[in-house]
Design a protein around this ligand. Structure first.
Ligand code: NAD
Length: 379
C-alpha cells in the first residue's frame, strides 16, 4: 500500500493534504508514504518533519506518484500531475466537480478512482471527514480578521479619556458553518453583530451566539431548507422582499461578511452595487463567495476593490490564508476517510465500493464517470 502526497501547483494554494501526524498514522496502518519535496513548506511543515514521521521524500510529482496506490491532494490533479498518477490509483482531493465535467472525464480516462471530498454526506459518521465544514469554519474566522484589518476603525466599544469609540456593526449574510464562526469571531472582537439566512433553522443558531437575526419570516422562509440541510433557491418574490429589508439594514453597517452558497449553483447576489453605495466610506464588505461568482455585485476575485470608499475584500481561498491550521484539519479529514478503506490486519487497501460514503464521493472508476450527478450528457 503506497500513498503519495503531492505539492499543490495552484498559485493560490498553500495547503497540503497530509501532515507529519497523519503520515505517522498511515505508516502505522502499514502504508509506505512518499511526500513530494516542499509539499508542506507553505504550511510550516518542512520535508524533515515528514521524514521523521516515517515518509520518504521524492524530488517531483512523477517520482512521488508514479507507483502510488493512493494519491492525496488538496486540489484535483491536472496536466503533468494527472499523467504522473498510475492507472487504477485512488485519488482523494477537493475535486470542485460542478461545472468541471471535462476535468472529471480526464480523470476517468486515466482510469482513476477519484474521490471528491466536498460530496461527503453530512451525516454523523462522516463528520470527521467533512472538509467543507473544517475549511469553512476557518474561512469564517479569517473573514472577520481580514475585514477588521481593512476597516480603518476599532471593533470594540472603548470608553477612553479622549472619548468613546462606538462598537463596529457587523452583518453576516449566510449563517452556515462559515457564517456562524464569523458571528462568533466578530462577537469576540466586541462588534455588535447581526446575521441573515434563508434557512429557518439558522435563526436559533444565530441568536444563540448573541447576534440579531434579520430576515423576512414568511411561509416560504419556513419551508426553505432541503432534506440535506442546505439552502433552497428562493422565489423572485421572496428575494425582492428580503433584499428590501437587507438594503435598509446594510446602509447602517460597518462590516458586511457574505458567506451564502447554494451547492452546485452560482452564489446568490445579495449585496448590490446600490447597497454598497449606501454604506458610508470606510465600511468593508468581505465576500467569501467570490470563487462561486460572489455574493456582492462589485467584488473582484483576488482583489480588495474600492467602490466609493467602501472596500470589498475578495480574497481567494480564504482557508489557505491560514494554511497551517487548514492543512492540519484537512489532512485529518482525509486520513479519517482513507482509514475506512484500509484493512488494518492485512495492512492493505480494501475499499468497500458499496459503502455509502464511497458511493457519495466517488466520481470516476474503471474509465467512466460513475457519480449520478455528473453523468456525461449523450452527444
Ligand atoms: P453553505 O456553505 O452551502 O452555505 C452557507 C450559508 O448560506 C447556508 O447557511 C445557506 O443557507 C446560506 N444561504 C444560501 N442562500 C442564501 C441567501 N440567499 N441569503 C442568505 N443566506 C443564504 O452551507 P454550509 O455552511 O455548508 O451549511 C449548510 C447546512 O449544513 C447547515 O444547516 C449546517 O448546519 C449543516 N451542516 C451539517 C453538518 C452535519 O450534520 N455533519 C455539518 C456541517 C454543516
Amino acid at each position: 500500500m503506497r500513498i503519495a502526497v503531492l505539492t499543490e501547483t495552484d498559485a493560490n494554494e498553500a495547503r497540503v493534504a497530509a501532515t507529519p501526524d497523519t503520515v505517522k498514522k498511515l505508516v502505522g496502518f502499514g502504508a509506505t508514504v512518499v511526500v513530494q519535496s516542499g509539499a508542506g513548506a507553505q504550511s510550516g511543515l518542512p520535508d524533515a518533519d515528514f521524514e521523521a514521521a516515517g515518509a520518504s521524500i521524492a524530488p517531483d510529482a512523477a517520482a512521488a506518484a508514479g507507483d502510488a496506490d493512493v494519491v492525496l491532494l488538496v486540489r484535483r490533479p491536472e496536466g503533468d500531475r494527472l499523467a504522473a498518477v498510475k492507472e487504477g490509483a485512488i485519488v482523494i482531493a477537493t475535486m470542485d466537480p460542478y461545472g468541471n465535467e471535462a476535468a472529471l472525464q480526464a480523470m476517468a480516462e486515466r482510469k482513476l478512482a477519484a474521490f471528491s471530498m466536498e460530496l461527503m454526506p453530512r451525516i454523523t459518521r462522516a463528520q470527521v471527514m467533512d472538509v467543507l465544514s473544517s475549511q469553512a469554519n476557518l474561512a469564517g474566522y479569517r473573514a472577520v480578521i481580514d475585514g477588521a484589518a481593512v476597516y480603518g476603525r476599532a471593533m470594540p466599544m472603548m470608553m477612553t479619556a479622549a472619548g468613546t469609540v462606538p462598537a463596529a456593526k457587523v452583518f453576516v449574510m449566510g449563517a452556515g458553518v462559515a457564517g456562524l464562526q464569523a458571528i462568533a469571531t466578530a462577537r469576540r472582537l466586541g462588534a455588535v453583530v447581526s446575521a441573515t439566512d434563508v434557512r429557518p433553522a439558522a435563526k436559533e443558531q444565530v441568536e444563540s451566539l448573541g447576534a440579531k437575526f434579520v430576515a423576512v419570516e414568511d411561509e416560504e422562509f419556513k419551508q426553505a431548507e432541503t432534506a440535506g440541510g442546505y439552502a433552497k433557491e428562493m422565489s423572485a418574490e421572496y428575494k425582492a422582499k428580503q433584499a428590501e429589508l437587507v438594503a435598509a439594514h446594510i446602509a447602517k453597517q460597518d462590516i458586511v461578511i457574505t458567506t451564502a452558497l447554494i451547492p452546485g449553483r452560482p452564489a446568490p447576489k445579495l449585496v448590490t452595487k446600490a447597497m454598497v453605495e449606501s454604506m458610508r466610506p470606510g465600511s468593508v464588505v468581505v465576500d467569501l463567495a467570490v470563487e462561486r461568482g460572489g455574493n456582492c455585485e462589485v467584488s473582484e476575485p483576488g482583489e480588495i476593490a474600492d467602490h466609493g470608499g467602501v472596500k470589498i475584500v475578495g480574497y481567494l481561498n480564504v482557508p489557505g490564508r491560514l494554511a497551517a491550521t487548514a492543512s492540519s484539519l484537512y489532512a485529518k479529514n482525509l486520513l479519517a476517510f482513507l482509514e475506512t478503506m484500509i484493512d488494518k490486519e492485512k495492512k492493505a487497501l480494501a475499499p468497500n465500493w458499496d459503502d455509502e460514503l464511497v458511493k457519495a464521493t466517488l466520481l470516476t472508476k474503471d474509465g467512466a464517470i460513475v457519480h449520478p450527478n455528473f453523468q456525461a450528457q449523450p452527444a
